[in-house]
Design a protein around this ligand. Structure first.
Ligand code: NI
Length: 184
C-alpha cells in the first residue's frame, strides 16, 4: 500500500471527464483502491475520487461516519463504507439543501453548497457486483461531491453564494452557523 499525492485545484487531472473502469477486478484497480483507502485515512477525509490521486478513472471511495448518518429512526441507515465504480446518480426529487463542504483538493477551505437531498445511485463495487441504493442527507451530499470529481467539477463551482467560502482557521468567527464538515 502507499499514500498517494493528492492533486489540488488547478491541476489538469481535476478538470476533465474521467474514463470508465473496464474491469474492477484487475490487480491495478485493486491496488488503486487499496492505496486510495490508505490515502483517504491518512488525510482524514470522508471521500476520495481517483482523479484526486492523478488517476483519471471513474472510481470513488467514501466512508460516512456513524455520527453523520440520518438520525431519523424511520430512515436509519447502516454505516456506509463504499467503493463505487462507474457511478450513475439520479436525484429522487428537485429538493435541494445547502450544507458545508470541504475537499482534499481545495485544502483549508469550507463552502456552503446546494445539493439534492435524496438521490438514487448505481455502480459497481470492488468485486464488480452491482450497487443500487438510495442515499439522503450527508451520504447523498458526499456521493454527489465525489461523482462531480469524475466530471471535472469541484465544489466551489457548485456554490451559489461565494460569501460562504471560508478558511477553516477563520470559522471560529462564525461558530454558530458552521457545523462540523469534512474534506472529501
Ligand atoms: Ni473533493
Amino acid at each position: 500500500m502507499a499514500i498517494l499525492k493528492i492533486a489540488r485545484m488547478g491541476h489538469p487531472v481535476l478538470k476533465g471527464r474521467a474514463e470508465d473502469v473496464a474491469d474492477p477486478t484487475t490487480s491495478e484497480v485493486q491496488k488503486l483502491i487499496s492505496d486510495m483507502r490508505e490515502t483517504m485515512a491518512d488525510a482524514g477525509g470522508v471521500g476520495l475520487a481517483a482523479p484526486q490521486v492523478h488517476v483519471p478513472l471513474r472510481l470513488v471511495i467514501f466512508q460516512i461516519p456513524a455520527t453523520r448518518l440520518h438520525q431519523d429512526p424511520e430512515e436509519r441507515e447502516e454505516p456506509v463504507e463504499q467503493v463505487l465504480i462507474n457511478p450513475v446518480i439520479q436525484p429522487c426529487s428537485e429538493d435541494l439543501e445547502v450544507g458545508w463542504e470541504g475537499c482534499l483538493s481545495v485544502p483549508e477551505l469550507r463552502g456552503a453548497v446546494p445539493r439534492h437531498t435524496r438521490i438514487h445511485y448505481q455502480g459497481l463495487d470492488e468485486k464488480g457486483a452491482l450497487i443500487d441504493r438510495e442515499a439522503y442527507g450527508f451520504h447523498a451530499r458526499v456521493v454527489q461531491h465525489e461523482c462531480d470529481h469524475l466530471e471535472g467539477i469541484l465544489y466551489p463551482m457548485r456554490m451559489t453564494n461565494l460569501t460562504s467560502l471560508h478558511y477553516t482557521s477563520e470559522m471560529r468567527f462564525n461558530a454558530e452557523t458552521f457545523s462540523v464538515s469534512e474534506d472529501s
